[in-house]
Design a protein around this ligand. Structure first.
Ligand code: 13P
Ligand code: 13P
Ligand code: MG
Ligand code: MG
Length: 371
């Protein structure tokens, strides 16, 4: 049997430097020290996007592997210790559980994993975002795998012409459904157009059933039942030879879309494509960022990365993000810059409501009394 390689991308915010803007170099060093000493991984790349620490790992142990998840968990715990020592902001923010019990899912960190038999050439793109949520991938994944105006391969490449299957998760009711594109796209858009609730978890090549993309769909705030920071998401996408070309994967980010998660996890903002060196969001803690690292897998080795948004061709997308940000900021605390009440990560509404409850006059009973 052909050897299977698993690419696991696991991330957590275990302390910000400074505030929620970045990751301190000592945390990266700590993580590299632990991962490099592990016999489990074939190769690794440790990086950060904004205040999120990302572990990109290859191994032969498959998805949802307890030992790999344990390694990631232990790394985050050790980095939390460093963050506490340096009094970094929100040390241990994303680690909800006190103890690890076999699988990192549900404990706070975000996970995206694909298991593949490497093709003759296996280009992959790892997307990592800060100041947003898992549903932020819905718009680009739809364009990449279902929109022929973005991905001409859907039209002219016989190996893609059959389309892709989308696994969509209902993050509130914890359900999943498979949509087949292009036949089901109108039905699918009813759901994925609401990214706060429905998120594309996986995409499969329809004709072969092969995995094409996988994202993290944890909603930290739902798991914790209280505000514990945004679940800044990650996504892995396979490229070329039956999958979208690298350029087709990156193209949606040339037209920035609005996502939620800016400032206190409570605002909409444009998702700005940036090179890794520009990933620390500082203006009003944003605007939200996305980094795309390209790798060629070679027997599990991560050949790369190539920093895909480090290209002047994305300058205008960044300019547009800044213009959108300027405009949205003029709205201050008003929707739609600020998220609607039920989507905000925290709110003073109950407190203010309680304080003012005697000043509210119920117009229905007031009218009745008059009659
Ligand atoms: P499941 O939630 O379907 O197990 O997927 C998690 C995962 O491993 C990411 O691809
Ligand atoms: P993070 O989710 O990236 O920690 O940001 C939280 C926040 O409130 C920024 O303003
Ligand atoms: Mg943070
Ligand atoms: Mg973050």
């Amino acid at each position: 049997m052909d050897k299977k390689i698993t690419l696991s991308v696991i991330k957590a915010d275990v302390g910000g430097f400074v505030g929620h803007s970045g990751v301190h170099p000592e945390l990266l060093e700590k993580a590299r020290g632990i991962i490099s000493g592990s016999p489990l991984v074939i190769d690794y790349y440790i990086t950060h996007v904004g205040d999120d620490l990302n572990l990109i790992l290859t191994h032969e142990l498959g998805r949802n592997n307890g030992e790999i998840h344990q390694l990631a968990w232990d790394t985050f715990v050790a980095c939390t210790e460093v963050a506490k020592k340096l009094k970094l902001y929100g040390a241990g923010q994303d680690l909800l559980g006190d103890a690890f019990s076999g699988n990192i899912k549900g404990l706070g960190p975000g996970v995206a994993e694909i298991e593949v038999v490497e093709r003759k050439s296996e280009p992959v793109i790892v997307l990592m975002a800060d100041k947003t949520e898992p549903g932020a991938w819905n718009y680009p994944l739809y364009k990449i795998f279902a929109d022929p105006f973005n991905t001409v391969g859907l039209v002219i490449d016989p190996s893609m012409h059959g389309g892709f299957n989308f696994e969509v998760r209902d993050l509130i009711e914890n359900k999943k459904i498979i949509f087949s594109a292009p036949e089901d796209i109108y039905d699918m858009l009813v759901f994925i157009g609401a990214p706060g609730r429905f998120a594309i978890k996986r995409v499969f090549h329809k004709a072969t059933g092969q995995i094409a993309a996988a994202s993290s769909t944890q909603r930290l705030n739902l798991m914790a039942g209280r505000y514990v920071g945004k679940d800044d998401p990650i996504c892995i996408i396979r490229c070329q030879s039956g999958f979208p070309a690298v350029g087709e994967v990156l193209e949606p980010f040339a037209h920035p879309h609005l996502v939620s998660g800016w400032m206190r996890g409570s605002h909409h903002g444009p998702l700005m494509p940036v090179p890794a060196s520009r990933s620390c969001p500082t203006r009003f803690d944003g605007p939200p960022r996305v980094v795309a690292l390209g790798f060629q897998l070679a027997d599990g080795k991560l050949v790369g990365p190539q920093d895909m948004f480090d290209d002047p061709a994305f300058d205008r997308a960044r300019d547009l993000c800044n213009q959108i940000a300027d405009y949205l900021r003029t709205l201050g605390p008003f929707e739609p810059h600020r998220l609607p009440l039920d989507e905000m990560e925290y709110t003073t509404m109950p407190l203010v409501m309680e304080k003012l409850k005697d000043r509210f006059i119920d117009l229905r009973t007031a009218k009745k009394k008059k009659e």
